[in-house]
Design a protein around this ligand. Structure first.
Ligand code: TPP
Ligand code: MG
Length: 586
């Protein structure tokens, strides 16, 4: 008796076809598709038709799909079999017919090596399929995730935006093992389009996570805030999220480990908005939904179960209306507020060395209202994300492609839009020198305020967990130390002044504080300003270590007060004594 193949990728395709309700399959004969056909032919769920000629099989799929209004799958072998699907796929493309062409293949790395029956299917004519995905054999967890997402994306594409044909190139290892009686449990990702009935939100404790996001309008902010009130929600964000509403939980203000495995912070439903974010997140959520007008399956946290192909406003208005009769509950937000305020208290106890963190602390809260802030990626963004920014200030960073190559150009371009507004930029030395030629642009006016944090190298490479293991040996090549005048005190000064900028500089805390007022002066003045701050990479590391230690103290204090709450003061003292004996608690 034969059951399902042992090939995991094939099992996954079959399981997801069932989950998404695709039951009709037209199969054509061959060896490379044996593991697929041999598996589905014994599953009574499927309705199979055998057609010898692939060209005809695909046209039959068109007819069957048009007649039933439901998706129809095709299966063929290697060699030129799949080429014969093109005429009918073209027909399906222009008639929006949901035909799923599954072409089986040997390991695609064999393409181009004169191996019998192996052809290159990596490119499809534009008007044959809406989407083509490669599903390799699965050997590890990450590949399993990749296949799951791609198969879900392919199958849901069949009916998206009016529907149309889709291609899955499915690798086989020619396994002869058909002993698998049960298909694996697979994650289903659903896609909701405008007009479709949305699922209910049941559990408590929701979070809206916002990646890099364009400026919010008032209506969207209010809709998200109302959503938070009705569903006990918080908005997890960083500066580039640009959310300025009532329920912001700035991730950089919360000790990282708070997000991990903690029942109090466990999120039942996470709603993912926005683009690429630099803010690493260790959030554990039971369920994740993504809301984006493009409807693309973007599975940043590997837990996605639904994508809503709608405008964010439409989504939040829908759920706020549905939750109209719910009692307002903001306890989740209140909890985070407490965590943030105890972290804040711990931070106040420490004096950081002269470093990016210290600069961010002293500067961010003082930036003039209604200015704009641009942060270079990685180190600058990470450190300045550890402090709060005034709500009137939008913040940008090139997290789309994460390049250090266009930070200055981006802020210069932005500054052209509003000559009367101040545009601040915080940037490291490698990024500054990379893009320095744009400072000679003749359209630059007096509204730029550039802070160059010159530590003489790519500090990002000195702190990264990988390059960091090399310590000082990382400087020469990995962190590119020693270029651009070796922290010369006059190089940038000359360039800046010759190009018409005002130049100020600092190498100590005192010098910095003396110059800060000039830098943040809300009065626009006559010239744009470059403020070069010389720091030391070792102190940067020291400051970061202090911040981490600080977060640990916050957690310890929180744990202590939680114990106090449950056990009372006397109980707490007893437990403390006991733990102290064993070497824990301070
Ligand atoms: C165009 C480009 N090249 C290389 C990188 C890799 N990279 C990321 S951060 C970084 C170092 C940046 O150094 P610096 O601007 O001095 O900032 P610091 O880390 O010292 O604060 C490099 C080389 C990149 N992101 N973009
Ligand atoms: Mg640097």
């Amino acid at each position: 008796m034969f059951y399902y193949t042992s090939e995991k990728n094939v099992q996954m395709v079959i399981a997801l076809m069932k989950e998404h309700g695709i039951r009709r399959i037209i199969t054509s004969p061959g060896t490379t598709n044996v593991t697929f056909v041999g598996s589905v032919q014994n599953d009574p769920y499927f309705e199979l038709y055998s057609v010898m000629d692939e060209r005809s099989a695909a046209y039959m799929a068109c007819g069957l799909a048009a007649e039933t209004g439901e998706p129809v799958a095709l299966s063929c072998t290697g060699a030129t079999a799949s080429r014969n699907y093109f005429p009918a796929l073209t027909e399906a493309y222009y008639r929006h017919l949901p035909v799923l062409a599954i072409t089986s293949t040997q390991y695609t790395g064999r393409v181009g090596h004169n191996i019998a029956q192996v052809i290159d299917r990596s490119v499809q004519p534009r008007d044959t399929v809406k989407l083509s995905v490669d599903i390799p054999a699965i050997y590890n967890e990450e590949e399993e995730w990749n296949c799951n997402v791609k198969i879900n994306a392919a199958i849901t594409e069949l009916v998206r935006n009016g529907g149309g044909p889709v291609h899955i190139n499915l690798a086989t290892t020619y396994s002869r093992d058909f002993s698998v009686k049960e298909l694996p449990k697979v994650r289903v990702i659903k896609r909701y389009q405008p007009g479709e009935a949305f699922p209910k939100i049941t559990g408590e404790k929701t979070a809206v996570y916002v990646g890099n996001h364009v400026k919010w309008n008032k209506e969207l902010t209010e809709a998200v805030d109302l959503f938070c009130e009705k569903y006990n929600g918080i908005v997890l964000c960083d500066h580039t999220s640009n959310y300025k509403g009532k329920y912001a939980v700035q991730i950089g203000l919360v000790p990282e480990s708070v997000f991990m495995n903690n029942e109090l912070t466990k999120i039942r439903l996470l709603i993912h908005l926005g683009d690429v974010s630099a803010t690493s997140l260790h959030i554990k959520a039971d369920k994740i939904w993504r809301v984006a007008p493009d409807g693309n399956i973007i599975d940043t946290f590997k837990k996605l179960s639904a994508v809503f192909q709608v405008d964010e406003l439409c989504f939040f208005k829908h759920y706020a209306a549905k939750g109209q009769n719910r009692e307002s509950d903001t306890s989740f937000y209140e909890y985070y507020k407490k965590v943030i305020s105890s972290e804040q208290k711990e931070r106040e106890k420490i004096e950081l060395p002269f470093s990016s963190l210290w600069l961010a602390d002293k500067t961010l809260k003082q930036l003039p209202e209604n200015c704009v802030l641009h942060l270079a990626i990685l180190n600058s963004l990470e450190t300045w994300n550890k402090y709060a920014v005034n709500k009137s200030i939008p913040v940008y960073s090139n997290t789309g492609g994460f390049g250090i190559d266009g930070v200055l150009s981006s802020v210069v371009g932005a500054s052209f839009a509003n000559p009367e507004k101040l545009y601040f930029c915080v940037i490291g030395d490698l990024a500054f020198f990379y893009d320095i030629n744009c400072l000679g642009n003749k359209h630059i006016k007096n509204n730029l305020r550039i802070m160059l944090v010159n530590n003489g190298k790519g500090h990002t490479m000195r702190k990264s967990t990988l390059a960091g293991i090399f310590e000082d040996e990382a400087d020469m090549y990995i962190a590119a130390e020693g270029h651009n005048g070796r922290k010369s005190k006059c190089l940038v000064k000359h360039i800046a002044e010759d190009l018409g900028f005002k130049y100020i500089t600092a190498s100590t805390k005192q010098e910095y504080l003396e110059n800060l007022n000039t830098f943040i002066d809300p009065d626009i003045g006559e010239k744009s300003v470059i403020f070069e701050v010389f720091t030391d990479s070792r102190l940067e590391n020291e400051a970061q270590a202090m911040m981490r230690k600080n977060s640990n103290s916050t957690l310890m204090n929180m744990a202590e007060s939680a114990v106090r709450k449950v056990a009372g003061e006397a109980g707490y003292q007893k437990i403390k004594k006991f733990i102290k004996k064993r070497g824990g608690f301070s």
